[in-house]
Design a binder for this molecule. Structure first.
Ligand SMILES: [Zn+2]
Length: 228
């Protein structure tokens, strides 16, 4: 009976050694797993950094401003609606890591020439306006104007985005606007809707519709980049 406790002891030692070995192997695997996980995370971060740092610069031009109110219906002025939409576009583009240059941030009037100069070196230029038709107050819908052939792709994209989001659009049109003539990158002038149409004016003044319009513009620019 004397050897039995010794046998028990050696079995216990074996168990302890096996347990410690298992612990070491498990720790090793866990370490390897964390290294692999971190490497994956770093790779993803690097991937994001490469897609995010597009260095894309977009000029957002809020139409009119200051002493130049644009279309005025009662106490509602085009210059205020365009600035409000422009700020929403700026926010959305910034959240996509796109640099935005605003031709104006306040109720002031940079000349059309100055707006063109501010756009120099940028990738895209979008001028935001509201339409009016005093002869036909039932006219309504989103429109996009281009001047050069190089503007057409962006104009098309904007119309497509509007259609996708269920915004009534009248298609893209040729427009001889100074801001489009003076800029040397794909540039468009967006007529977001008719202020002379009572229902559309109500939409244009609502925060929800302005956010939808901002989505159209920001998503169109995003799609332009994806399709590059
Ligand atoms: Zn205007």
């Amino acid at each position: 009976m004397a050897g039995f406790p010794g046998k028990r002891k050696s079995t216990l030692v074996k168990y302890i050694v096996a347990f410690i070995t298992l612990l070491i192997v498990a720790t090793l695997f866990l370490c390897l797993y964390f290294v692999w996980l971190k490497k994956g995370l770093d790779n993803r971060k690097a991937e994001n950094a490469s897609t995010d740092s597009k260095d894309l610069v977009v000029v957002i031009d809020a139409g009119h401003g200051g002493s130049e109110p644009g279309c005025v219906i009662g106490n509602i002025m085009e210059k205020d609606i365009t600035l409000s939409i422009a700020h929403k576009v700026e926010k959305k583009l910034n959240s996509q890591n796109i640099t935005v240059i605003m031709t104006r941030n306040l109720d002031e009037y940079p000349t059309l020439k100055e707006r063109g100069e501010m756009a120099q070196g940028a990738d895209y230029f979008v001028s935001i306006h509201c339409n009016s038709n005093t002869y036909n107050t039932s006219a309504f819908g989103f429109e996009c104007y281009y001047y050069y052939d190089r503007d057409k792709k962006l104009a098309e994209q904007l119309i497509q985005e509007a259609r996708t989001k269920g915004i009534v659009e009248n298609g893209m049109k040729y427009g001889d606007f100074q801001v489009l003539r003076d800029t040397d990158m794909p540039s468009v002038l967006v007529e977001t809707g008719y202020m002379t149409n009572e229902r559309e004016l109500e939409n244009l003044c609502s925060k929800e519709y302005q956010l939808e319009l901002a989505d159209v513009i920001a998503d169109a620019i995003g799609s332009m980049e994806e399709n590059q």
